[in-house]
Ligand binder design. Structure first.
Ligand code: GLY
Length: 570
């Protein structure tokens, strides 16, 4: 791992991060930039076919919002293990004409039948199978509603046009990648458990070979219904009837009202200014924006640029630990629980936490006396879009674990999420990500599970960065590390490729990619009291764009860990 070098920009940023107000603010940009300064449009997404779908929409008169719908719909077809009509997500939009940031919460909602004890066995233990697999694990999807909402309020083109590529890819098929095989392998037994899933996503009940052309005719029909009728094409009528019939026949508890009542919520994004620098990110029910701001606030108390790699890693780990403590203790769906967002993002909270950091020793998480456990999923996807008018989209979309609940809803072809596992099924019980939670994230009918998805835009009068990544509970620390690269003036390719490490309070482990640390660094960190855990493989799939307002130059990068593609087009 590299030692962070000091540079002029870095000192500027450090100064900006010091002693500035971090109270949440309205979502209007302060450093309006001149759209004419842009030389190019750019899209970065996790699959070349999805990036291409978005580029075609831009070429045919669509704006960034239309392109983002096309990219997301395509990802739902060609990356069925990550996101799709059966899932949800968060969309951070910048509307250049109005000079405003908008945040769309298309997170899934718990069905009315699901209460706080929905996943508890008679003895009080959590039924992990019910929480993770099959239709009981699926919350009411938000993705189709997001497409309709964006087309109606922000787009220039109809859904019949923006969903066209996805419909074609579903009907005609696409060649599956090694990544598909890897994800299918992770969930193979569950893909085999549900016949409608096996029929679509397996070949003769086994993982298809690389290059196998996977067609999804049922999904193509459902996409067409949405293209023709908007949200009603999914939440009402024939598709809704088939969703309900298949879910209920397999033991799920969705009702027609759950589907009819689903709505996208517009929320005020987390929007914090540090002098000229603005950080705009996801508000609750995402934990991402608040945790990101808490980490930046704590970091501003340290001359971290002058630290060697070991002490820098120690400091960042301690900061991550404390931000994730607050995540576990306080965060949930703001429509159901009081989230003390301003307090958590205040300088007072930063000072409270900073005073407990020992620069020579790791703080055992349990000594912080917080919740003893937390729950959350690890596949997901991200897309970043910039158009030549300066409109921007940073969207992170999910069905939670790879292939979600592994349940395909009959002839709709829609693979359902397992976001119900992002709730805290029982305070203290870890979920698939080892995250624990408190009552703030307990299950309630209609509630949205706490998320880590962190679509983010960082803007100053000089530059704007659009970034985000999948990766479950590690999303927030990945975005933080990527952002620190940006703040030091590094190239966009460095943000997405840098070696990663992560701490999430519980389990009390400093998780790291295989190549993040040298042996010497590992020994030193262990001596400081950190318990290191090699994740065994590299993680994340960051998609990022940088627009330099001074030159008009646009650069973009897709994470080398994935098969994604970033394209910049004049
Ligand atoms: N399902 C992963 C997340 O929302 O953070």
């Amino acid at each position: 791992m590299r030692v962070i070098q000091s540079c002029a920009l870095f000192f500027t940023v450090l100064t900006l991060l010091s002693g500035c107000s971090s109270a949440p603010d309205h979502s209007r940009s302060q450093s309006r930039v001149t759209p004419a300064a842009i030389t190019s449009a750019a899209i970065a997404s996790a699959h070349p076919l999805a990036t291409q779908a978005g580029m075609d929409v831009l070429a045919n008169g669509g704006n960034a919002f239309d392109a983002a719908v096309a990219v997301a719909a395509s990802l739902g077809v060609v990356e069925p293990y990550s996101a799709g009509l059966g899932g949800g997500g968060f969309w951070l939009l910048y509307n250049a004409a109005g000079d405003e940031y908008r945040f769309l919460d298309a997170r899934e909602t718990a069905p009315a039948a699901a209460g706080h004890d929905y996943f508890l066995n008679a003895d009080g233990s959590v039924n992990r199978d019910k929480a993770v697999n099959g239709p009981t694990a699926a919350a009411i999807p938000g993705q189709p509603a997001a497409f309709a909402y964006i087309a109606e309020h922000f787009g220039r083109l109809p859904l019949t046009q923006t969903l066209q590529a996805a419909i074609r890819q579903a009907r005609d098929g696409f060649a599956i990648s090694d990544e598909y095989r890897e994800m299918a392998n992770y969930r193979l037994h569950m893909l085999q458990r549900y016949p409608d899933t096996a029929a679509v996503f397996l070949d003769d009940n086994q993982i298809p070979d690389t290059g196998f052309v996977l067609t999804q005719p049922g999904l193509a029909d459902t996409l067409e219904a949405i293209a023709r009728q908007g949200a009603d094409g999914f939440y009402r009528g024939a598709v809704a009837e088939e969703l309900l019939a298949s879910v209920r026949a397999a033991g799920g508890d969705w009702s027609a009202a759950d589907l009819h009542d689903y709505r996208v919520r517009e929320r005020r994004p987390v929007h914090v200014r540090y002098g000229d620098l603005q950080v705009i990110s996801a508000p609750p029910p995402s934990s991402g924006g608040i945790a990101l701001v808490e980490m930046l606030n704590m970091l501003s108390h340290f001359q971290w640029q002058s630290l060697d790699t070991i002490r820098q890693t120690h400091l960042l780990t301690e900061i991550m630990r404390r931000a994730y403590y607050d995540r576990a203790e306080f965060l949930g769906d703001p429509d159901f629980v009081e989230v003390p967002a301003s307090d958590l993002m205040s300088e007072a909270r930063a000072q409270h936490w900073v005073s407990s950091i020992d620069m020579t020793r790791a703080t055992p998480s349990l000594s912080l006396n917080g919740p003893k456990n937390i729950d959350e999923g690890f596949h997901t996807t991200h897309l970043s879009v910039l158009d030549q008018d300066g409109n921007m989209v940073s969207a992170t979309l999910s069905i939670n674990l790879p292939f979600g609940s592994a349940f395909t809803a009959g002839s709709t072809g829609v693979l359902l999420n397992n976001e119900m596992d992002d709730f805290s099924a029982s305070p203290g019980s870890p979920n698939a990500y080892g995250l624990t939670g408190s009552h703030a994230n307990a299950i309630q009918p209609g509630k949205r599970p706490l998320s880590s998805m962190t679509p983010t835009i960082v803007s100053s009068s000089e530059q704007t960065a659009i970034l985000g990544t999948p990766g479950g509970s590690r999303i927030i620390t990945m975005v933080m590390l990527g952002m620190l690269e940006h703040l030091q003036g590094k190239a966009v390719s460095d943000w997405v490729s840098r070696p990663r490490f992560h701490h999430q309070y519980l389990p009390d482990l400093l998780q790291h990619e295989p190549d993040t640390f040298t042996d010497q660094e590992k020994i030193a960190l262990t001596r400081m009291g950190h318990r290191l855990k090699n994740t065994g493989r590299r993680y994340g799939n960051m998609q990022a764009i940088l627009w330099d307002h001074r030159t008009g130059q646009v650069t973009a990068a897709a994470d080398p860990r994935g098969i994604g593609q970033a394209e910049v087009r004049p």
